[in-house]
Ligand binder design. Sequence first.
Ligand code: SF4
Length: 349
Amino acid sequence: MQPVDRVLELKSELGKRLVILGHHYQRDEVIQVSDFRGDSLKLVFDAVKSREAEYIVFCGVHFMAETAAILAQPGQRVFLPDLDAGCPLADMADLTDVEQVWGQLGEVLDVEDEVTPITYVNSTASLKAFCGRHNGLVCTSSNAEKMLTWAFEQRPYVFFFPDQHLGRNTGKKMGIPLDEMLLWDPKLIRGGFETEAIRDARIFLWRGWCNVHQVFTVEDVIRWRSQEPDVRVIVHPECSMEVVDQADEAGSTSFIIQQIEASPAGSKWTVGTEFNLVNRLDQENPDKQIVLLSSTTASCHDMNLITLQKVERILEGLAAGKSINQITVPADTARDARIALERMLEVSK
Ligand code: SF4
């Protein structure tokens, strides 16, 4: 029996007790068996709303499954088909390092009263918990501007981690000058900045990036425009500021999908985000020309670790009453992280 047939058989056996979530960056074979497809937070809410679902199989990376475990209803359990599927961006900031920078900022500023920590959802549960404990919140690539706007209504400074590009691109869109967004170097004393520069800043950016979105370059944009003068360039805000500045549009995966789907037949797009999503958009919009912005394959190694065989293994376990690769978050971390996530949801309303 093919893995797809066995997965479908197990799905029907487990019925409403199971939901399979497929992130946009997953392989087609995984998306094919998923009950919901979307970005990380949308998927969490799809799962949590499925009240009868006891088993949430998250086809994505570790921080996504952790977020689902934090927001899960009592009785819901979350599973990740491959425990090695992490996120190099999320792993660029750990709690010890973030607390150290917080302490250094505290030598110049009254951090509790003056600084709002914001973590991109692509981060570990411990960083979400840090934000929960320090009056901060979580943001996504869809709502980063709204969260930063809220933060500046509360306090004069923002400490943004782990993705410098989302922080810088969002700050720039809001009109914050580049010299007021300091890229903190954790190896240097006080990030490499004088007291005055810290006081004059508005955003402190963590030195993190997504290696998939760093593949896209300004040269790619120039090359496509010269080859196809009527092409539209659309990119994710995890791309560098130089690329975002050259693009026609920038936004989250949901935004990219909406813009392309809403465009008229015959439209030409070159897209700066993960390969699996771009490839699927091309297949699902045959009346449009949709290509990857880069000539180098922008493929997320970790997302691609999830295969049908690994999903099948989890489901076989569940059908036999065994928990394989269950993701749990310590209760105190989950409690504080939930505060930061719920604060984001409140501000999003
Ligand atoms: S595409 Fe980038 S941000 Fe997304 S999971 Fe992969 S490494 Fe992390």
